[in-house]
Design a protein around this ligand. Sequence first.
Ligand code: NIG
Ligand code: FE
Length: 421
Amino acid sequence: MPYTLLIRHCGQLLTLAGPPATRPLAGPDQANWRIIANGYVACENDRIVAVGPMAELDESQLTPTTQVVEAHGRVVMPGLVECHTHLVFGGQRAAEFERKLRGESYLAILAGGGGILSTVRATRAATEAELLAAALRHLVDFCRYGVTTLEAKSGYGLDTETELRLVRVAREAGRRQPVRVVPTFLGAHVPGPEYAGRPTDYLTMLVAEVLPRLDPAEVPFVDIFCEQGAFSVADSRKFLTAARDLGFKLKIHAEQLHELGGSEMAAELGAVSLDHADYLSAAAAARIAAATQGRTVAVLLPLVPLFLRLERYAPGRAFIDAGLPVALSTDFNPGSCPSKNLWLALSMGCLKMGLTPAEAVAAVTRNAAWAIGQQQECGSLEPGKRADVLVLNVASLPEIPYWLGDNPVQQVIIGGEIIAD
Ligand code: NIG
Ligand code: FE
């Protein structure tokens, strides 16, 4: 079959391809993927069918109906994979932002009934249609930033019906526009207000009443916030074990504000990702990398300490050196990161966590795809993968983190379709 789409004259084609095939990129491999100078990407419908240097392009596969995108010597790379967002919520928390600027802490605001709980009130008060409309607006913004696959957590309902509504909204949002949405159940965000002071009872309720109403084929991941003021390591272990036994894959918010041991516990249970990890030590990272044989990804969220005015950033450099695969994400949510700018998170991963530009690009593509179980579909430009491709306004890889806060995206292609801006 002839090519339906050809992206050509890619000055630097960041393929993100290269071994190993069966694990996320770890250690030196995180920066060791293939860049092709003056390359092309050819697609048939929604799939990539060939990638290589222009000199090897098979012109006989071009027909008058082949759509041609001229990259004019610019960088071309896989669509961004945004592997950790709280996409669906009501309201906003600008007033709390002001309180934080005056010196109040994130956990103190939560303990006073604000924070996550204030978004829960706004979310419960919103209709399903309002939540969907807001989620769709955010997805348009993400798409402009070049995000082509996005994970979306529930977690602002904290009762059976609202949590199920948030999952439904995430799935419906995925069907209504081109960015692929991967839903995660985060009913275990904090204990629901009706269960204040009774976190164990709340988790028992989730396991008995909510998890059985979710299908792991539609909602592949279950997540929990393991932190002071949320859930203990012991409760988190019990909950994640129950979720695993029901067929869900596991994620955890852990070591965000304290070193409690949630990351090691979740890794032991086979969690696909450990998220935040600002307080995870290099020694614990090395133990996790060894115990999981590099299969569990640390999802680092550098815009969160920035926005919460905290000094401590996950030691990403030490994690990579210890063999722990690293991904980067915004953590988009109304409390700790109202930003959808994954490029800024990528730059901050370099500036505050010590990643190189090549490692950081792998962290928002190939490793991010592993962190949400989408590695067969996206995260690199290789034959067989979905044709999710970005043409950027820059000429070389190091320019990506360099233009701090910019959006370098010139053209977004999802599933072989050019997205009109
Ligand atoms: O990932 N840490 C826990 N949950 C979110 C923040 C949620 C909120 O503050 O609304 C996070 O940072
Ligand atoms: Fe989060």
